[in-house]
Design a protein around this ligand. Structure first.
Ligand SMILES: *Cc1c(COP(=O)(O)O)cnc(C)c1O
Length: 373
């Protein structure tokens, strides 16, 4: 029986292994392992590719979110106790730093069709104590709509994007008539280069991006113990820097962003055309988006049975995510609302292989799926 792996990182990196080795050797020989040329080059490359003026390399994606919100606090634009809207079905790392900074994460139940919370849904959920929204482009599907964006702007809401799953995704900007990358849509955006993301480092790495140079300056200081000059500190900071070696790995990989998105799109399209089983709901598509397809997420109310059937037929799958944040022990007594759509999605979603899966293999997997009764 043929086996369809969910993801193998060695396979992801094997086509560029020579470039990665050369870049690693260069860093090792340089004797400079933090805050050097590779980080500068990485930050410029990322800022250009995501069309934001400033990018600051960080230790990981969670730290990028933490640094953005902490910098907004230091800049006086938001205060502990203020509400930040977040999707109820997001990965826990979206919410943890918000909670830890004394801000109040307020989950918003996702739309059952798109499994996401767009700008209009945030605008609808916002009240007078809401200061910011964290738009999460979950699974690589942009959490964006123009009308909602305009509404949030009119109300002076801070818009931060969690772009961890969506590098390469784009939205069609109606007012300018062009395509724009996710990560450039709000005041600031966080990205993760966790190895299994669409563009992954060879360890932990991330970045915080923003349009405003003052905010970028605060983020940069905060990530480096809270100071820009050695042994002089303006803020009670963190150590959240990116390593030179990871920055060098990412300088090799970031130029492949669009190619990776298009490859995933071809696989997603093969699934879209191949899966005809009425028991299985396919993921959303929107002609105003170029999706990044971090995950290809199908749904069925017989999810556990379906995943066992696929496993028995050689297809590895994963669940993103089996337990939403408001059901986690760490959030008991903190997130007390009801989020029925997030609960239902947690019991229905199943991610099919896409990271190392060709369109032909997606066709073969679709045939297996169509035989599920
Ligand atoms: C991966 C991820 C993060 C956290 O990034 P790390 O680099 O793992 O810290 C945050 N939000 C979302 C939606 C993610 O998928």
């Amino acid at each position: 029986m043929k086996r369809y792996h969910f993801q193998r990182l060695s396979e992801t990196n094997s086509p560029i292994v020579r470039e990665l080795n050369e870049a690693a050797s260069r860093v090792i020989a340089s004797g400079r392992y933090l805050l050097g040329e590779e980080t500068d080059r990485f930050e410029r490359l990322l800022a250009d590719s995501l069309q934001m003026d400033h990018a600051v390399g960080t230790a990981n994606g969670l730290e990028a979110i933490r640094l953005i919100f902490r910098a907004l606090i230091e800049d006086g634009r938001i205060s502990p106790g203020d509400k930040v809207l977040v999707p109820a079905n997001t990965f826990i790392a979206s919410m943890l730093p918000i909670t830890q900074l004394g801000l109040k994460p307020q989950p918003v139940d996702p739309d059952p069709g798109t499994m996401s919370v767009n700008m209009s849904a945030f605008a609808k959920a916002a009240d007078r104590s809401t200061k910011a929204v964290l738009a999460v482009h979950l699974y690589g599907f942009p959490a964006y709509d123009h009308e909602g964006y305009e509404l949030l702007r009119q109300r002076g809401m801070i818009i931060v994007e969690d772009n961890a799953q969506a590098i390469g995704a784009e939205i069609f900007d109606q007012s300018h008539g062009n395509w724009r990358p996710t990560g450039s849509l709000g005041d600031a955006s966080a990205i993760s280069f966790y190895p299994a993301k669409n563009i992954g480092a060879l360890g932990d790495a991330g970045a915080a991006l923003c349009a405003d140079s003052r905010l970028a300056g605060i983020i940069r200081e905060l990530a480096n113990y809270g100071g820009s000059r050695k042994y002089h500190y303006d803020y009670l900071g963190y150590n959240s820097r990116i390593d030179e070696i990871q920055a060098a790995m990412l300088c090799v990989k970031i130029p492949h962003t669009k190619e990776e998105r298009d490859r995933r799109e071809a696989t997603a399209l093969a699934y879209d055309r191949g899966i005809t089983n009425p028991l299985i709901t396919k993921p959303p598509r929107d002609s105003k988006f170029r999706q990044a397809w971090h995950q290809y997420v199908v749904r069925t109310d017989r999810r556990d049975e379906f995943s066992e059937y696929l496993a028995a037929n050689g297809v590895e799958t994963m669940i993103h995510y089996p337990v939403p944040p408001h059901r986690q022990r760490c959030y008991a007594g903190i997130l007390t609302g009801n989020y029925p759509v997030a609960d239902r999605l947690a019991s229905e979603v199943l991610s099919l292989p896409i990271a190392n899966t060709s369109a032909d293999e997606a066709n073969e997997i679709s045939q297996i799926i169509n035989r599920f009764k």
